[in-house]
Design a protein around this ligand. Sequence first.
Ligand code: 2NL
Length: 310
Amino acid sequence: MEALGRKGELAQISKEFSKLPPEERARLGKLLNDVKQTLEENWSVRNGEMESSALNARLEAEWVDLTAPAPGVRPGSLHPVTQVQRELEELFVSLGFTVLDGPEVETEYYNFDALNIPADHPARDMQDTFWLKDGRLLRTHTSPVQVRGLEKLGPPLKMIAPGRVFRNEEVDPSHEHTFYQLEGMIVDRDVSIAHMLYFMTTLLSAIFRRDVTVRLRPGFFPFVEPGFELDIHCLICGGAGCPVCKQSGWVELMPCGLVHPAVLRFGGADPEEWNGFAFGLGLTRLAMMRYGIDDIRLFTSGDLRFLRQF
Ligand code: 2NL
């Protein structure tokens, strides 16, 4: 730049040109221009080289692989069924319930006999239940936990038994061999269907965070008498009829009933003194409704693309 600038050496030299004779002036002028052009070209080439090597050095030093996982431990999240289960446990604990757990590998006695399920009941068939070689089985519901709880704690009692259950099912978008249930039971004196109905309505309003309309239909379950299917007014269409409620306006939600005297006796409670109500809730189905999941198989798929959404 000392040579080329407006006040550089070449500019100084060209000022001296006026002192030269015209023919010399033309020859030297051309020479000067050639020199100037060569210098400028060289300068610009070298300047470009320096600039690009500075840029390359920076790119090399500050290079970031945008496809690489972020450093550190990636925060995980709870499985959607676990989230629903924990939320309900919290709700039931706030209502004074005890949360109980029990074995997933059960005896035939606790899974069937103590629940008044007779020997010839289809649930006991190989087609419906996973049997182990030693005569035990994978529990088909969480009811055995309730009998164990009644035995251990005795009445009066308010308990829930959430957990994993197994059925020998043909798997499809709405049937799995492994799913989650939450059963609840209250045993006390003079418990009536009115108590059950009020409790269930309050419970469902808390779960869905709005007022719900319920109805009871008769339903048969060996461990309750009388037994009911509890339906709620469809939350999607409000009862007008839509694909979710199959145009009926009602959605079947909770089987329930008054605990069968035989089951109370199996649990060590005298049915002359004690009675109660019990209900079942499908945790997996509730999670499907909550998050709009249309294929039950996703829950046990272990697919991280599914799980990371929760
Ligand atoms: C289900 C579950 C129901 C119960 C479950 C229950 C448990 C005991 C005594 C009486 Cl120890 N009842 N649980 C009661 C009514 C319905 O449904 O899987 N239904 C298809």
